[in-house]
Design a protein around this ligand. Sequence first.
Ligand code: AMP
Ligand code: ZN
Ligand code: FE
Ligand code: FE
Length: 301
Amino acid sequence: MRRMPYRKLMIDLHTHTDRSDGTASPAQLVREAQTLGLEALGITDHDTLEGYDTAAPLAAEAGLELICGIELSTRPEKPADGSRPPSVHLLGYFLQEPAAPQFREWIRGHQESRRERNRKLIAKLNSLGVEITLEEVQVLGKHLTGRPHFAKILLKKGYVKTNQEAFDRYLADNASASVERDEPELVEGVRKIREGGGMPSLAHPVRLPQRDRASLEKLLVQLIDNGLQAIEVYHSEHAPEDTALYRELAAQFNLIETGGTDYHGDNKPAIHLGTGKGNNVQTPYGLLENMRRGVAAVAAR
Ligand code: AMP
Ligand code: ZN
Ligand code: FE
Ligand code: FE
């Protein structure tokens, strides 16, 4: 087969709407993508497909290619010292019918564990003398309430001076009000995305505690055994040397490369749709074509 050179059209396959913790509604995000001239847009909200579902008819009308995605928070294996490891984010692309109904059912259970966590978080904050109610937080997180919404209320009420202080003092995994959420295991997440007809990709590997090549290789081997197909090579938090390393690992393990900005609208104002932080991410349409080819090759095997 003749290899087509990468077309220069730009895409963004990692974005969040206000159905999770972004600020743009699905309609606004579609419009922003169109204004920017993006050739394809992937919506990857945390733990929900609602943003994608709402955007799909609007994108179709606008002639914008929309990719169905999700970003799952998962729990890796506990380290030997028994400490609580930070969540690992997994992207799932091309989730589709007919396998998706079971997947949707599964993420609904996952959302319930978040609501449970939010109730406990309110109780813990109250016990620390912070006067805050679930209703107040839910007004901000209309669709899916998360810790960033808690941070906004803490800031508004003057308990902290910055968003980061809200996390450092109260909300971070090791902070005073921290509540452990019942997240699916990392390998279970990989398997569920595959069973849902999707392509699992290890999100922004730069945030993993595994920073050296040997421990990354070890993790990748284990995840590939469970069905991992891709790795997010391009991301607005990746320095050029990170990107270079993840490209090498993708080639070494025959993983499909994915990428995107992780656009969150005004919640992360430094990250711009389509271009990342100071133009540090620009993914061409060919990346999406490669992803499709990679998935098709596996299906044909
Ligand atoms: P949640 O999904 O409700 O647990 O919230 C997770 C989000 O909170 C992440 O996507 C970050 O935006 C934010 N977050 C979590 N931990 C921290 C932290 N230590 N510092 C700043 N932001 C954080
Ligand atoms: Zn997010
Ligand atoms: Fe993430
Ligand atoms: Fe993200």
